[in-house]
Design a protein around this ligand. Structure first.
Ligand SMILES: [Zn+2]
Ligand SMILES: [Zn+2]
Length: 367
């Protein structure tokens, strides 16, 4: 029997425990694929999973929702969206979101498939008792119907994983923001989501992109990819004043929040111009309430406030294509701060939580 090693988060009493387990290599149902994992990302969501902050997670789980690997086995012919058959040895990724039903009210009437109640997510909402459904594992079982995508030949696995889930989330935020040519875009937060919101704003023709983050370490990545301005002041009033200085005292046309801090909402509205657009993308978990002044900050400002939740296949697909096209300009692989073995997951999580590093990546077959 071939054994597969995987990292499991288990809920024991009120605590989440992390341990390495062995699983038998699964039998493949018709239309399914077995992937040998090359890289899996570690992101803020995994820190939330470790702390038990997300509702409805069926512990024990194998985390790791954004992954890249090599096709090791398949049962039958499996094709991509262009009807091209996959081959053994192809380097592929896949959309972590699976089983969006395309049959419920949200999918069919509201056309908001990221709010479909039937969605399942690899590395988050599948139990380890059901199989290898997360990337912190030497192999991943791709169920029939999982949306698999071959990496373009000029996008290496390390380039791709450098984007992680922040890249398609940032792209979705930019689509929600409907950026126009020459817009000034302010991005609050220079983590992976904020950085990619800034990058996709640049690609979308923004006139200037300003990244705001009180942590100078976090701003390094924004500087590296060449955003127009970074603002690292530690007080809210200073940060707003700096944005005003860059916009003739009017504020940004578009502000994208990717900070994770509820207080950023009030600040972000203040740095957005009248009749501008404000997109909230960084409040993935409930981090608390915030006081707003609806007269000054919403009604009189005539501002458009939009939320953004999750990603669908279109965001994932476009991200991969754009990352391939702009690889030489941005040198994505440089964003990977450190590659950890499967036995170093705890350290990786601590490094992500303390914001010590920008992007942590697990290489499960380098134990
Ligand atoms: Zn649905
Ligand atoms: Zn993630």
């Amino acid at each position: 029997m071939i054994e597969v090693k995987a990292v499991v988060m288990e809920k024991i009493a009120e605590k989440i425990e992390i341990s390495m387990k062995s699983y038998p290599e699964p039998d493949l149902a018709p239309g399914s694929v077995l992937l040998r994992t090359i890289y899996s990302e570690v992101c803020g969501t995994d820190v939330h999973l470790m702390k038990g902050h997300l509702a409805g997670v069926p512990y024990p789980i194998i985390p790791g929702h954004i992954n890249v690997g090599v096709i090791e086995r398949m049962n039958g012919s499996v094709t991509d969206i262009n009807n091209e058959p996959f081959q053994i040895g192809d380097v592929v990724t896949f959309l972590d979101v699976h089983e969006t039903c395309h049959a419920c009210w949200y999918c069919l009437v509201a056309k908001a498939s990221t709010r479909c109640p039937n969605r399942k997510v690899y590395g988050i909402t599948y139990s380890a008792l059901d199989g290898l459904f997360g990337g912190w594992s030497q192999k991943i079982y791709l169920k029939p119907g999982v949306k698999i995508l071959k990496l373009p030949s000029n996008l290496t696995p390390k380039d791709f994983i450098a984007g992680g889930c922040g890249a398609p989330t940032g792209l979705h935020a930019v689509e929600r923001a409907t950026i126009r040519l020459n817009d000034t875009v302010a991005v609050q937060g220079s983590g992976p989501v904020g950085l990619f919101a800034a990058i996709f704003s640049m690609i979308s023709g923004a006139g200037q992109v300003i990244v705001v983050d009180p942590s100078q370490t976090r701003l390094q990545a924004a500087k590296m990819v060449g955003v127009d301005h970074t603002i690292g002041s530690t007080t809210s009033d200073h940060r707003i004043a700096e944005v005003m200085k860059l916009t003739n005292q009017r504020g940004a046309d578009v502000t994208i929040e990717a900070s994770g801090n509820p207080q950023a909402i009030s600040e972000g509205l203040r740095m957005t111009r009248d009749n501008g657009t404000y997109v909230v993308a960084g409040q993935y978990t409930d981090a608390g309430d915030v006081v707003l002044n609806p007269h000054w900050q919403i009604n009189r400002k005539h501002v458009d406030i939009r939320g953004v939740w999750g990603i669908d296949y279109s965001h994932f697909y476009k991200t991969v294509q754009l990352m391939a096209k702009h690889r030489d300009r941005f040198g994505w692989h440089r964003l990977v701060s450190r590659v950890y073995g499967l036995g170093e997951v705890q350290t990786a999580l601590e490094d992500v939580e303390s914001l010590k590093i920008f992007k942590a990546v697990i290489a499960p077959n380098d134990l």
